[in-house]
Design a protein around this ligand. Structure first.
Ligand code: G16
Length: 545
């Protein structure tokens, strides 16, 4: 088939009419109220088939999820063959296909891609599909499969999975039988790989007290339950917020985003001073930890704290293994707490890069290091080992028993970490490994540095698309004048820092603020939020303050 079968496309497309809305492939794919998604997901199916054909039939992943968003939303993201996010340049094609106004425009765009990207439509296409627990997921999978049928793509539906499991399986399928084979391509294979590595890492160490795990009433709950038998008695976990039968409870007053944004414990979890707690988000690709201090203060251990812990541990391990030629680097976004960046640069002496929000940006930057630790403050991140670092780790023998132990730990660490994408299960095991090996409480972990007080607020505006940023999202260039007004306010606050950017997953503008004290931070966030709201809701420039 050298061109699209237009009759077939029209028949399938008629089942998925496009509403009047304009769509954009955002921070993590298309994401919005599920009622608007049918045509978008159908067309994303066409794109997935084209992507697979372009890559000689390699398996492309499709995850139907809206992650941390409310239950009424849903979304779709595509996964490239090695388990990473869809190549950036294809996002524009996804956006264009989703906005084609007619079948003719759709066919024309497909043909323009075929010709400009030299896609051979006679090649096979293979796509796998996973979804989270949202009730809207089933119909959206069907819409996606209809899109695949336009180009005769072969699909396998893996049903309910966490997002990172879908990334893992995609990579396993594409590397099977090669020297880079990543594991068995199934949820079971994933559990076995992670559990075996974790058991090696904590072998012979005194077990920690049980961890309380908030699963946001999402897919992480049944999947972690499924995972527990593989971990055996190596780890004790008490799962809370596991009600996936009541869809409206998904992410409601619970989960990593709620805990990070509100800096408070989720519902369904009574925090006491002895507890070590963690929260997943709705599709289990983010995790944050927390505990309560003796004076009953809530203490958050977010993605920045996890990055600091992981970097510290890996640096120590490569030294202990006698292979400190391996250099560690850390990637953050503008949301990283200023104190965390200072700790990484000045105490751990590691290079730190800052990139725009979205794990796709962090992942690419992290690949530049031998071992790249990347985490967003919201708890989304992982560690990637370069092929040469892995070669060094796997060929090292060590000249003392202590070196041999460290080498064994590094190998197991590269297995316990899901290197395809941020993964709450795998990150949990990484943190538990370090705390177990060090016999640290969360409080000891927290002592590495003290966070500057910070506040994240969402501002609902008329049109978030008018907000344009540069400098890794730290400065606004549009609307004109707004950045100057922000700067003028920030100057009045001790250690003040604030930036404004449009969300790529929710219909809001996010405002981040940091200052010397909690009350100054709250005031700064409030004033910048007010500025943004006034500007866009009135559409008439800045209100004098
Ligand atoms: C997604 C992305 C993250 C990003 C988050 C918020 O997370 O994968 O990298 O930090 O959205 O993005 P934004 O501020 O643009 O809304 P998730 O867990 O929702 O898939």
């Amino acid at each position: 088939m050298a061109s699209v079968n237009v009759e077939n496309l029209s028949a399938l497309s008629a089942k998925h009419p496009k509403p009047a809305n304009t769509f954009t492939y955002g921070t993590a794919g298309f994401r919005m109220n599920a009622d608007l998604l049918d045509s978008v997901i159908f067309r994303t199916g066409i794109l997935a088939a084209l992507r697979s054909k372009k890559l000689d039939g390699k398996v492309i992943g499709c995850m139907i999820t809206a992650s941390h968003n409310p239950a009424a939303d849903n979304g779709v993201k595509l996964v490239d063959p090695m388990g990473e996010m869809l190549e950036g340049s294809w996002e524009a094609h996804a956006t264009a296909l989703s906005n084609a106004q007619s079948d003719e425009q759709l066919v024309d765009y497909i043909h323009s891609m075929v010709s400009s990207l030299k896609i051979d439509l006679t090649k096979p296409a293979n796509v796998i599909i996973g979804r989270d627990t949202r009730p809207s997921g089933v119909a959206l999978v069907n819409a996606f499969v209809d899109g695949l049928k336009v180009l005769d793509a072969k699909s396998t539906d893996y049903g309910i999975l966490t997002t990172p499991q879908l990334h893992y399986i995609t990579r396993c399928l594409n590397t099977a039988g090669t020297p880079e084979a990543y594991g068995e391509p199934s949820a079971e294979g994933y559990y076995k790989k992670l559990a075996a590595a974790f058991k090696t890492l904590v072998d012979g160490k005194t077990k920690l007290s049980p961890l309380t795990l908030d699963c946001a009433n999402g897919v992480g709950a049944p999947k972690f339950q499924e995972f527990l038998p593989y971990l055996g008695d190596s780890l004790s976990v008490k799962i809370v917020n596991d009600d996936i039968d009541n869809a409206s409870k998904l992410n409601l007053n619970s989960g990593a985003d709620y805990v990070k944004t509100g800096q408070r414990a989720p519902v369904g979890l009574k925090l006491t001073s002895q507890d070590r707690c963690a929260s997943f988000d709705g599709d289990a690709d983010r995790i944050v930890y927390y505990y309560q201090d003796e004076d009953s203060t809530f203490k958050l251990l977010d993605g920045d704290k996890i990055a600091g812990l992981a970097a510290m541990f890996i640096i120590d391990l490569v030294k202990a293994a006698g292979i400190d030629s391996i250099k560690v680097g850390v990637v953050q976004t503008a949301y990283a707490n200023g104190a965390s960046t200072q700790y990484l640069r000045n105490t751990l002496n590691v290079p730190v890069s800052c990139v725009p929000t979205g794990v796709k940006h962090l992942h690419h930057e992290a690949l530049k290091y031998d071992v790249g630790v990347y985490f967003e403050a919201n708890g989304h991140g992982t560690v990637v080992f370069s092929p040469s670092a892995l070669k060094t780790i796997y060929s090292a023998e060590g000249s003392s028993p202590a070196q041999a132990v460290a080498i064994r730990s590094l190998r197991a660490l590269s297995e316990v970490i899901n290197q395809t994408v941020g993964d709450a299960f795998s990150d949990l095991l990484l943190v538990e490994t370090i705390l177990t090996q060090r016999q640290w409480s969360p409080k000891v972990w927290d002592q590495a540095y003290t966070d500057l007080p910070n506040r994240l607020v969402k501002v609902v505006v008329q049109d978030r698309s008018i907000f344009k940023t540069v400098d890794a999202e730290r400065k606004l260039v549009e609307p004109a004048g707004l950045q100057d007004a922000i700067d003028a306010i920030v100057l009045k606050f001790r250690d003040g820092r604030s930036f404004v950017r449009p969300s790529g997953t929710e219909d809001v503008v996010r405002v981040y603020a940091e200052a010397a004290t909690r009350s100054e931070t709250d005031e700064l966030a409030h004033r910048i939020g007010g500025l943004v709201f006034d500007f866009n809701s009135q559409g008439s420039g800045l209100r004098p303050r």
